[in-house]
Design a binder for this molecule. Structure first.
Ligand code: UD1
Length: 368
């Protein structure tokens, strides 16, 4: 296996968080040349997370442009990836999740006849339009990858239903739990503690299918909740202009709503720890919250992460203003409801996904 090279590719903030434990575990195996390529589909958000995990990309494609479109971004990624993969000549390309970076990397690797390992494989909402375009991205990537790291048994079953070979699928947990547990022990939750005995609601929302009217309804719900004087809201706002503009317009003037720039990972973990309830349309936050443990109100109509809902750790509420206000008010007014949502283990992982993935990659490389 000596002399083998693995290329790990990241493009956005969540990919860095979830791949940091994988990179560390691959490096700990020894005998593998582990290279990191950043596409920089995101610039500011990506650099913030790379710095926290002490990761320095060996290559940076720097593709992000303001107001980038999905097609424009995909095209720039494919054109930039082809020569990079040619120069790197890895024995395996490792991607994570469902972003445009992941789809483009899988396609460019396939064109270069390079095998692909997919971390967080097998998540399915069953609706191509939600999350858009992530549901199609991860489905397409599954059919290009040689090795599938499924976080849960449900994710594995989704892949088997699509006809993928059982021997290529490994249930390993989600490395986001590794990253979270490591970070949780290094942060000061007091930093975001609300004043005057108030409870903190942490809000994040940025998904494409929520832009426009659903996002306005989410903001209306957040405003109504902040009208209670026993509550404070912290809302780190994604830099996408279609999120940033409306968030500031609809929520900017409320005395108990703090709109802040995107938090780096330790601050995000500290903010989650300081909160009583988390409202989010993010996938990663749904996976992290059960380990803290905090109840999550999911601001989406459907989720590809049903395990948290089934385990009673998350409520799938959608984007209706009144339904959001009712669900969160109940959690604020009934401590027993919060207690019921914060018991038990995290269905998404035990914090050992990184080493499991590294051992399987080692065996895959040795067998070739
Ligand atoms: C992408 C992922 C999504 C993930 C999210 C995390 C896809 C299809 N979706 O969505 O699954 O949850 O990242 O953030 O890949 N922008 C900036 N600065 C930044 C980052 C983005 O200005 O640091 C701007 C971009 O230029 C673009 C917009 O925000 O105009 C949207 O970015 P894009 O990468 O297309 O998708 P996200 O919505 O961020």
């Amino acid at each position: 296996m000596n002399g083998t090279r693995v290329l790990v590719v990241v493009g956005t903030r969540p990919e860095v968080v979830k791949m940091a434990p994988v990179v560390a575990a691959l490096r700990a195996v020894g005998g593998i040349d582990v290279r990191l390529l950043a596409t920089a589909q995101h610039r500011g958000l990506l650099d913030q997370q790379l710095a926290f995990f002490g990761l320095v990309p060996d290559r940076d494609l720097d593709v992000m442009v303001p107001e980038q479109t999905l097609t424009g971004l995909t095209a720039s990624l494919l054109l930039a990836l082809a020569p990079a993969l040619h120069d790197e000549r890895p024995d395996l390309v490792v991607v994570q999740g469902d972003t445009t970076t992941v789809l483009a990397t899988a396609l460019a690797s396939h064109h270069a006849r390079l095998p692909i390992a997919h971390v967080e494989a097998g998540l399915r909402s069953g609706d191509r339009n939600a999350p858009f375009p992530e549901e199609s991205n991860r489905t397409l990537v599954s059919h290009l990858a040689a090795v599938h790291f499924a976080p849960t048994a449900g994710a594995r079953d989704n892949l088997l239903r699509e006809g993928l070979a059982a021997a290529s699928i490994h249930i390993v947990g989600n490395p986001v739990v590794d990253a979270l547990l490591w970070t949780r022990d290094r942060v000061d939750a007091g930093r975001f503690a609300p004043s005057g005995g108030r409870r903190l609601l942490l809000v994040t929302a940025h998904r494409r299918e929520n832009l426009g009217a659903p996002f306005a309804a989410i903001c209306a719900a957040v405003r109504a909740l902040a009208d209670r004087d026993d509550v404070e809201v912290l809302f780190p706002v994604h830099p996408n202009p279609r999120v940033y503009g409306p968030a500031h317009q609809l929520l900017g003037t409320h005395p108990r709503i703090r709109l802040v720039a995107p938090l780096d990972y330790p601050d995000m973990v500290a903010a989650m720890l300081a909160s009583t309830v988390i409202l989010t349309d993010s996938g990663g936050v749904q996976e992290e919250a059960p380990s803290l443990p905090r109840p999550v109100v999911v601001l989406r109509e459907r989720t590809e992460r049903p395990e948290g809902v089934a385990a009673g750790r998350a409520l799938l509420v959608g984007t209706d203003r009144d339904l959001i206000v009712a669900a969160v008010s109940r959690l604020l007014d009934q401590p027993a409801a919060v207690a019921a949502m914060t018991r038990g283990s995290n269905p998404y992982g035990d914090g050992r996904a990184g080493p499991r993935i590294a051992a399987i990659v080692r065996d895959f490389l040795s067998a070739r």
